[in-house]
Ligand binder design. Structure first.
Ligand code: GN1
Ligand code: MG
Length: 355
């Protein structure tokens, strides 16, 4: 861990580093906990394959966290991440051209799995409040660090290209999954078209609202802070809502292979939707609220399609633990989509009650 230590020193000079440990959660960046005297920091190597312009990722993050801090100085609730500088910058570029950044660890609990509706409601409230805090932030000043990140139509095109290229000869084995995606092509444009037409306003969105990106207080369960601001970009709040449901309203982990264990928990959908609507308050429009069910389904479908695309591409994007990992994840997400389709009426009724 010598090199990691010397990198950490660019952010935390003059202090004695006690220990460094690696954190393996997350599919994208390399993450390390750095313990220094009584404090802990999080040191991350930004994945350049995913984020082509790490300086822009950091510029977005600093703009958004500064804004939240200003709101808090004016009396708003909650906290946000505190990044450290290395010289003049909020990143450090090492001799291999790798980009690193560092922030103060936030004490609290990080749920890898949703155990209760209370946890889900609070996660909803925290992500909703994040939206609320940023409602007066001009989204157009942010860089689109991953262009078309949640543009499901573009994701569909990329998927079709991966099928046609069939780089590693896996297409034949996943004919059923390919058909699953193709037969749902018509849902891809719902959010994207809504943004284009102005039906869904462009906002600052988090874009990766998994439950484990919220820190909650261990004692009170109250949401403290939203993590992983890498994909903060202009977008629709439906991306944030849908992605959170995809993860938190599933009965099982994203890569559970026993699909009899994978189903959609409507009570979790309800809890998150209530919390989210409460957190964002009057900022949300009627159209956005009505589109909650579509958002949940589309974001789950899109993520499954991305996993399948990466499987067809030979696993070049998501970190995988074994050769079929991306396929397992895709099947899991599609199973959830099917269950959402089966429960569509029930889901619609829940949203009606929110109005
Ligand atoms: C990636 O690495 P992580 O867990 O923060 C991905 C998300 C996916 C998620 C699926 C930048 O997020 O979009 O929903 O995996 N992030 C990026 O687990 O592609
Ligand atoms: Mg992430």
């Amino acid at each position: 861990m010598r090199t990691i230590e010397s990198i950490a020193n660019h952010f935390i000079p003059r202090k004695h580093i006690k220990s460094i440990s690696e954190c393996n959660i997350g599919h994208i960046n390399g993450t390390y906990f750095v313990d220094v005297e009584s404090e802990r920091y999080v040191l991350q190597r930004i994945n350049k394959n995913v984020f082509k312009k790490p300086e822009q990722v950091m510029a977005n993050i600093i703009a958004v966290t500064d804004h939240i801090r200003k709101k808090q100085a004016q009396g708003a609730d909650g906290c946000t991440l505190d990044f450290l500088k290395s010289g003049k910058n909020y990143f450090f570029c090492d001799e291999d051209g790798e980009y690193w950044r560092c922030y103060a660890f936030v004490e609290g609990e990080c749920h890898q799995f949703c155990e209760s509706t209370d946890v889900m409601r609070e996660a909803g409230r925290t992500f909703g409040a994040f939206q609320q805090l940023l409602a007066d932030f001009d989204a157009s000043v942010l860089y689109e660090t991953i262009p078309d990140f949640h543009n499901t139509e573009k994701r569909f095109e990329t998927f079709e290209r991966a099928v046609a290229d069939d780089r590693v000869g896996r297409a034949v084995e996943v004919a059923e999954e390919i058909e699953f995606v193709r037969s749902r092509k018509n849902i891809c444009g719902i959010i994207t078209e809504g943004i284009k037409s102005g039906k869904f306003p462009l906002r600052v969105t988090h874009n990766d609202t998994k439950l484990n990106n919220v820190i909650t207080d261990k004692e009170t369960g109250k949401g403290i802070c939203v993590l992983d601001l890498d994909t903060v970009m202009p977008g629709s709040l439906l991306f944030d809502f849908g992605d959170a449901i995809r993860f938190g309203a599933s009965s099982a982990a994203e890569d559970e292979t026993d699909l009899t264990k994978v189903y959609f928990k409507t009570e979790m959908f309800e809890a998150f939707a209530e919390g989210f609507a409460e957190g964002i308050g009057a900022e949300i429009s009627e159209y956005e609220l009505e589109a909650f069910p579509d958002a949940a389904k589309i974001l789950t479908f899109e993520t499954g399609m991305r996993f399948l695309t990466d499987y067809l591409d030979g696993d070049r994007y998501f970190r995988v633990a074994h050769a079929r990992h991306n396929l397992d994840r895709a099947r899991n997400q599609f199973c959830l989509v099917r269950d959402m389709e089966a429960k569509a009426e029930e889901i619609k009724e829940i949203v009606k009650k929110l109005k």
